[in-house]
Design a protein around this ligand. Sequence first.
Ligand SMILES: [Zn+2]
Length: 255
Amino acid sequence: MKREQLAFCLVFLSFIGANQLARAADPAHPDQPTVSPAEAISRLKEGNGRFTAGNPQHPHESVDDRKYMAANSYENAATISLGMTTEQAAKRRAELGKSQHPFAIILSCSDSRVPPEIVFDEGLGDLFIVRVAGNVLNDEGLGSIEYGVDVLGARLIVVLGHQSCGAVDAAMKTIAAKGKAPGHIQSLVTAIKPVVDSTPKGDLDTTIKANVKHVVDALRSSTPILKARVDSGEVQVIGGYYALDTGAVTFLEAK
Ligand SMILES: [Zn+2]
């Protein structure tokens, strides 16, 4: 067995094993695995490590990887999509067709350079994601996040900002010029304005991180669903900063 094949098998087995452990730990909800916030952070860090190392485990991300697998024991290149055998991939899709148990919720910017599944090297069914420019929080986004927690059982929420965020930059420039952004883009400026106002001497990077913290604080104090669960430790909300230069995600202060 080649090294890559062994790695795929180990990942699949660890996935199954983690699910069984989680189910055993939550007898009241046998169909709902619970992944602790610490475990979820650990998985995201490991995935981002694979991504930054140029060694992601989702081989459908490049033509070369697909060709390699097709030539190395996978039955049919056209059906390869998850870094698993055809049989394993079908089983995973069948599981997800019945239910989903994402282990983390990500609120991230819409920026095309920061797709969470890719930068955290995760696959189908792993992450419940809300994306909006500037990773701002609106009612629909909050409702989606609450759904991820209350219905789907995710216990980690990550607010992911990033280097050179155009939404934050536009907000800073529009506010400095006492202007108004065109169309509905102004709604992003309005959402980010409290952060810009509270960091008057901040450069773009400082303001981006302040914006992440602002949204993290809003989620932690959000009633009626999130605050109680954050206070009890059941749910954790943390900020993250993605560096375009390196591909690395730095997790900001945890609570
Ligand atoms: Zn952005």
